[in-house]
Design a protein around this ligand. Structure first.
Ligand code: F6R
Length: 260
C-alpha cells in the first residue's frame, strides 16, 4: 500500500484528480470504477474543472459504479444514479452508454449482478477503482464479515450504515436494507485502487485498514493484498497511523518519475 498524507481533503483530492487525469490522458478508453458518498465530491469537482478548463476528454471513458440501493429507482433523489448524474456525469462528455451503475430495480438481481461482472470483463477490467471507507471499515457496501473474495452481489446493510444514510432518505425506516455492491474480489481485480478517507471520524478505520491484520471484519484491509493500492488521506484521517512519519518520508523522497 502506498499511503499519501496531505494537509487537507482539498489537496488530497487534487492528488487523486491528477492520478485519474493522467490515466485518462494516457489511455483515452480507460475504465473507471467510481464511488459515491461525501468523500469523492471534491475529486469529482476537480475532474469537472479539468474537463471544462483544460479539455480533459472523457469521450472514450467507461465507468462502473460500486453500488446501488435495492428497490430504489434510478430517478429517486437519494439513488446513487442521481448522485452520479448530479455531481459528475451531467458535467462531463461521457457517452451515456458507457456509464454503468447497478440497477437496484432489476427484476432478477442475482442475474443483474452476474451481467455487471461480465460487463466489467468485456470492458477490459477496471483501470482505477475509486473507493471511500466506511467507519466500520467497509469498501463498496462490503460490510464487515464480507468474503474477501466476494463478487458483485446482494448485501444486507448494517444498522450503522443505514443510520448514516437516514437523513438522505428522510428517516431510518425509509433506508433500504439491501444493496447491490461490487464484491471485494471484484474490487481486487482492478488494476489500481485509489482509496480516499478524510476527517477524524475515519481515523480508527484507516488505522485498522492500513496497519491492522487483513480480515473480513475490516473489509478495506483486503487492499493490503492489492499490488497497487494508493490510500490518500488528510491529516485527520491519518492521525491514528503509527507509521505516518515513515509514509511522509517515503512521499518526500519519491523520485520525480514516481510522483503524482
Ligand atoms: C459509496 C460506497 C461506500 C462509501 C463509504 C464512505 O459508493 O461504496 O463504501 O464510500 O461509506 O462514505 P462517505 O464518503 O460518505 O464517508
Amino acid at each position: 500500500m502506498e499511503i499519501i498524507i496531505q494537509p487537507d481533503s482539498q489537496q488530497a483530492s487534487q492528488v487523486a484528480a491528477r492520478i485519474i487525469a493522467r490515466l485518462v490522458r494516457e489511455k483515452p478508453h480507460a475504465v473507471l470504477g467510481l464511488a459515491t458518498g461525501n468523500t469523492p465530491l471534491q475529486l469529482y469537482r476537480n475532474l469537472v474543472d479539468l474537463h471544462r478548463d483544460s479539455g480533459l476528454d472523457f469521450g472514450g471513458v467507461t465507468s462502473f459504479n460500486l453500488d446501488e440501493y435495492i428497490g430504489v429507482p434510478p430517478a429517486h433523489p437519494s439513488s446513487f444514479h442521481s448522485y452520479m448524474w448530479a455531481h459528475l456525469f451531467s458535467q462531463l462528455n461521457m457517452p451515456k452508454e458507457r456509464i454503468n451503475i447497478p440497477d437496484g430495480t432489476a427484476p432478477d438481481i442475482p442475474a443483474a449482478c452476474r451481467k455487471y461482472e461480465q460487463a466489467i470483463r468485456t470492458a477490459g477490467g477496471i483501470d482505477v477503482q475509486v473507493l471511500g471507507l466506511g467507519m466500520n471499515g467497509h469498501i463498496g457496501f462490503n460490510e464487515p464479515s464480507s468474503s474477501l473474495s466476494s463478487r458483485t452481489r446482494i448485501k444486507t446493510l448494517t444498522d450503522e450504515t443505514r443510520r448514516g444514510a437516514s437523513a438522505a432518505f428522510g428517516g431510518l425506516e425509509n433506508v433500504p436494507t439491501h444493496v447491490i455492491t461490487l464484491g471485494l474480489g471484484t474490487i481486487m481485480d482492478a488494476k489500481m485502487c485509489l482509496l480516499l478517507a478524510f476527517g477524524k471520524k475515519k481515523a480508527g478505520a484507516v488505522a485498522k485498514m492500513v496497519e491492522g491484520p487483513v480480515m473480513s471484519m475490516v473489509p478495506g484491509s483486503v487492499l493490503q493484498m492489492h499490488p497497487r493500492a494508493v490510500v490518500i488521506l488528510d491529516e485527520d484521517a491519518a492521525s491514528e497511523l503509527k507509521m505516518a512519519a515513515y509514509y511522509n518520508w517515503v512521499l518526500e523522497h519519491k523520485p520525480a518519475w514516481q510522483q503524482y
